[in-house]
Ligand binder design. Structure first.
Ligand code: HAM
Length: 403
């Protein structure tokens, strides 16, 4: 027997209902915020992710589904959605058009991680990217949108917030941090020693407990922000306070992708185990330029749909549509005909086998149909159809031409 690959799941039945319910809810909210759908390819040039997510990140360094295709191109399955949207934005010359461009997307992402609960190798994200707005109000809007989506799905959360500074304050901070870590280099883990040269900021979210205790007194990003970053971070907090959105400032929140500057945020849930991040995002003002576009401020987020599916409170399912059945073989052609007519306007299921009334009613109930419609011997003769409303428990007979 051939099974699906490790960390790659089928989405079906009840899961599929949750999956589509989430996408429909999030889509409606993104559209209310003025965002437009974008679909980008699952496969892109490997260089796109190397240059955006960053060579020193775990995603690019260890987790890419990368291969050489038949035309000798170095390609990989997308590990995240932002890079592809930025590429499309530049390729369509929207960076040169000016103005605001706001997109949302959903689809499969691929990371060769060690699978565990909530961590898959093929997973789905719902994400948004906003281009052309430098104001920190847009950062706040992103956070409000995630909060609205989570609220609409009945999902509780904790919001963690940080500022990563910009090209004015980050280099000096990085130097201070490197100095601090170099002084204790003989006590930190080997990963952190490597990070000193590759991506020093990532030491801050090292999972090693010993390292974490050693970094307690390390210089903090938010104590070293330049005037503009400091002011923006204060404004962001004020907007969130006014909107009644609670947050915690986590000075170690650096995110696993290299393109961020200024605002970085993560929404976590305490109800799904160790893989608790349900959404993450932030500002990435340098990425468009870095991918050869015209400098354009940008901010966005993505939500992990599989993690959210565990948490969604689904609305009560209502009985819907018609179930049609025959009690005699003879009536089956008519049943098929009537079902075909009804499907033009309503959800309609039918049974190809003749059954007694009790079994039909049971089947209709299982399908969660609102109406159970039966053609028995009498009905066939009188060209009528018996209809039971399974919600109101009433029944009637109508002429089959009126069905
Ligand atoms: P990210 O934090 O890497 O950000 O991923 C966003 C969300 O995807 C996570 O919070 C998590 O819910 C989900 N996720 C990530 N990896 C897995 C996995 N292996 N299995 C299941 N779910 C997972 C990004 O991808 C950025 N592109 C977000 C962004 C958009 N920033 C700006 N714009």
């Amino acid at each position: 027997m051939i099974n699906s690959l490790r960390g790659m799941n089928d989405i079906m039945s009840e899961d599929y209902e949750r999956f589509t319910y989430f996408i429909n809810t999030a889509t409606k909210i993104a559209q209310n915020y003025g965002f437009h759908f974008i679909e980008t390819p699952l496969l892109e040039e490997t260089a796109l992710f190397k240059r955006s997510v960053g060579e020193s990140s775990d995603i690019v360094g260890k987790e890419m589904y990368q291969f050489i295709d038949k035309g000798e191109n170095d390609v990989c399955l997308r590990p995240e959605g932002t890079a592809g949207v930025v590429r499309a934005f530049i390729q369509r010359k929207l960076d040169r058009a000016g103005g605001l461009h706001r997109f949302f997307y959903h689809g499969a992402m691929f990371r060769y991680e060690r699978p565990q609960k909530g961590r898959l190798r093929q997973f789905h994200q719902f994400g948004v990217e906003s281009f052309g707005e430098a104001s920190v109000y847009e950062d706040a809007t992103m956070i409000m949108m995630v909060a609205d989506i989570l609220d609409a799905c009945g999902i509780g959360y904790r919001l963690q917030l940080n500022s990563l500074g910009d090209h004015n304050c980050m280099p000096q901070y990085r130097e201070n941090l490197v100095g601090y870590v170099k002084n204790i280099a003989d006590q930190v883990c080997t990963d952190c020693v490597r990070r000193i040269d590759t991506n020093p900021i990532r030491v801050l979210d090292c999972k090693n407990e010993n390292c974490q205790s050693l970094y307690k007194d390390a210089p903090k990003l938010i104590d070293n922000l330049c005037g503009e970053c400091d002011e923006d971070f204060a404004t962001l907090q004020k907007i969130l306070d006014d909107a009644g959105i609670k947050y915690e400032i986590d000075t170690n929140l650096v995110r696993g992708l290299d393109y961020y500057s200024k605002t970085a945020f993560e929404f976590v849930s305490d109800n799904i185990g160790s893989q608790s991040a349900i959404a993450g995002g932030g500002r990435y003002d340098k990425l468009v330029e870095f991918l050869d576009g015209r400098a354009t401020p940008a901010v966005g987020f993505a939500m992990g749909i599989e993690r959210l599916m565990e948490l969604i409170v689904m609305p009560e399912t209502k009985r819907e549509g018609y179930y049609i059945g025959a009690m005699d073989e003879e009536a089956l052609p008519l049943v098929i005909q009537l079902a075909q007519k009804k499907r033009k306007t309503d959800k309609t299921t039918l049974d190809y086998k003749a059954k007694n009334l009790k079994n039909h009613l049971k089947a209709a109930d299982k399908m969660n149909a609102k109406y159970c419609c039966i053609i028995g011997e009498d009905e066939l003769r009188s060209e009528t159809i018996w209809i039971k409303d399974l919600e109101n428990k009433t029944d009637e007979k109508i002429a089959s031409v009126d069905f």
